[in-house]
Design a protein around this ligand. Structure first.
Ligand code: DX5
Ligand code: ZN
Length: 221
């Protein structure tokens, strides 16, 4: 069964001088998660932000934090990100030796366990893990930068994974991340995604209005 549709604005594209205002505007528009992209300069070329920023955001934000770790060996930091306030903690399949073990550890903290897969990873590789995942993030761009154009082939992977989730009635949210805009979000929803990450399409321009337009589409479809 398809999970509730939610928008998860990624603050990677936000104006950090006005972060509180931008988060408040996203919430006012109807966003239900806040997506937090952590990059280490190793798993991906860019470096973004980490625990200290997250702790501040947690104080000023009542939305659940959807934390996307684009870092090598994320198992080293599970406890730190849980303590910093993650509500959903997502590690990359390509970055961990034993995904099942990390996912289980995340769950033992009472935090939702997420697994992200990069565009080059076939859906089959994570199929067996679906019963121990709370949220699967299908990357629709190469992880590492906001503002890219989505890779159309990744849509088939979303559809394939949604099929497995529905057939088996797994309680897994299907998140898509990368290149989602007002004029293409329907494609991701139709393929079976129910959690939509969006960075530049929300934080460039009027944040509240941008979120509102997304929410209308999420509700309408
Ligand atoms: C990319 C990040 C995304 C990114 C999305 O590595 O995981 O969350 O911020 O940004 P847009 O919506 O601009 O593609
Ligand atoms: Zn992300």
């Amino acid at each position: 069964m398809e999970g509730k549709r939610r928008l998860a604005p990624s603050i990677l594209a936000a104006d950090f001088m006005h972060l509180q205002d931008q988060i408040d505007a996203a919430k006012a528009g109807g966003a239900e998660y806040l997506h937090f992209d952590v990059m280490d300069g190793v798993f991906v070329p860019a470096i973004s932000f980490g625990m200290p920023v997250m702790k501040c955001v947690k104080k000023g934000c009542t939305l659940p934090l959807d934390v996307h770790l684009m870092i090598t060996q994320p198992e080293r930091y599970v406890t730190d990100f849980v303590r910093a306030g993650a509500d959903i903690l997502t590690v990359h399949y390509e970055a961990v030796k034993s995904p099942a073990r990390v996912l289980e550890e995340i769950r033992t903290w009472g935090v939702k366990a997420g697994l992200a897969i990069s565009p080059e990873t076939p859906g089959e590789e994570i199929r067996e893990l679906l019963p121990v995942i709370d949220q699967i993030t299908v990357m629709t761009v190469r992880p590492g930068f906001g503002g890219q154009t989505y890779i159309p082939e990744c849509i088939d992977k979303v559809r394939q994974i949604a099929g497995w989730v529905n057939e088996n009635d797994y309680a897994v949210d299907i998140e898509v991340d990368g290149g989602v805009k007002h004029d293409n979000v329907d494609i991701f929803l139709e393929a079976g995604a129910n959690v939509i990450v969006t960075g530049s399409a929300v934080f460039k321009g009027n944040v509240e209005e941008n979120v509102r337009i997304f929410m209308e589409k999420l509700i309408a479809q």
